[in-house]
Write a protein that binds this ligand. Structure first.
Ligand code: ADP
Ligand code: MG
Length: 238
């Protein structure tokens, strides 16, 4: 259902090659981290997986189906960004249930699902609040809740913690990991922070200038970096 397959994917903006011949297989249920320096193409690759960006070459499959052939509502992909734009005039409950209301799900199902996810994320007491009444960490949790409620087959995270302070980052990182353990949704998580990558990734893809520099488990990268670049990047302070 949620396996992600990239084969020979390239993407240019005008004359600039941003993604170069990237092939990556992400198994159903796997937590994959994409790491690389700023400008290495992480966000572009994530947008390509989401079907939001056309490729210049290659193919992208989700659950065996070509993303370009899937209608938007069939894509079944949820994205969580660093700028977690919540609807300011809606309560936490309304923000979280928005996608289900759009789909005209039955009211009791919407309530049950929203309550369940709120409980999972420790948001039960905040359901009637407005975004402006929340802390940054709470808002980020609502943004995740909004994505989880939809039951997507793939989660895409683009540096979701970069607006949080260090302590909160560690906490929310743990929460995302627990969440993945619990619901096991295929996830692609973009970061430029190697501590985040090493602690969260089951598989890590190192990007450099739009190319895959190395793919491996955290241990592979730590023990057997393929290049000075990977060794330096994985070993450098955040
Ligand atoms: P990262 O997320 O790793 O920082 P991005 O995927 O955002 O990298 O960007 C990779 C490269 O592609 C950068 O050089 C960026 O300037 C360029 N780029 C991204 N989006 C566009 C666009 N819409 N038009 C032109 N260039 C772009
Ligand atoms: Mg980016």
């Amino acid at each position: 259902m949620g396996a992600v397959s990239l084969k020979g994917v390239s993407k240019s903006f005008g004359a600039v090659d941003v993604i170069r011949n990237v092939s990556v297989e992400i198994a159903e249920g796997e937590f994959c981290v994409l790491i690389g320096p700023s400008g290495s193409g992480k966000s572009t690759l994530l947008r390509i997986i989401a079907g939001l960006e056309n490729v210049t070459d290659g193919e992208v499959r989700i659950g065996g189906r070509d993303v370009t052939e899937l209608a938007a509502k069939e894509r079944d992909i949820a994205m969580v960004f660093q700028s977690y734009a919540l609807y300011p005039q809606m309560t936490v409950r309304e923000n979280m249930s928005f996608a289900l209301r759009l789909k005209h799900r039955p009211k009791d199902e919407i309530r049950r699902k929203t309550d369940e996810v709120a409980q999972m994320l420790g948001l039960e007491a905040l359901l009637d609040r407005l975004p402006k009444e929340l802390s940054g960490g709470q808002r980020q949790r609502v943004a995740m809740g909004r994505a989880i409620v939809r039951d997507p087959s793939v989660f895409l995270f683009d540096e979701p913690l970069s607006n949080l302070d260090a302590k909160l980052r560690t906490q929310v990182r743990g929460e995302i990991r627990d969440l993945h353990r619990r619901i096991g949704t295929t996830s692609v998580y973009v970061t430029h922070d190697q501590v985040e990558a090493m602690t969260m990734g089951q598989k890590i893809v190192v990007l450099r200038d739009g190319r895959v520099e190395q793919v491996g488990t955290p241990l592979d990268l730590y023990d057997r970096p393929d290049s000075v670049f990977v060794a330096g990047f994985i070993g450098s302070p955040a």
